[in-house]
Design a protein around this ligand. Sequence first.
Ligand SMILES: [Zn+2]
Length: 130
Amino acid sequence: MEPKQLKVGWRTFTLNFKWRPAKDSLGSIHQEKSVIRVARSLQGIRRAEVTLHELLHSVFHVWSINQHMGGDDSKEEAVVEALGHALVTTMKDNPEFWQWLLTEVQKGESEAVQKEGPSVGPVPKGGDGN
Ligand SMILES: [Zn+2]
């Protein structure tokens, strides 16, 4: 069963895996409507790659990553494409690692503070109404 929603920082995206793209697109994200669409023809690792790709676009938006790259929006697609492939490849090659990482994340902040672990990074900016 596919997930229906994806929480990305302060945003919640609706996931649509039944999308019939008009062009040869495989995935899309509508930042203002908070919708991620993935072509219904995709399955398995290709579906995972495209879904992760769109998730990464939402991460760029929510954490204002383009601003950290000098406000250059033109680099987003190339960076998202490379990161998506890299992450899916490391998931495919190291499933036990990723399961371990998820287990550690699910232990939550209290244990992280207890062990005085490193920060998990900046908290995304609060809601701007979008
Ligand atoms: Zn893209």
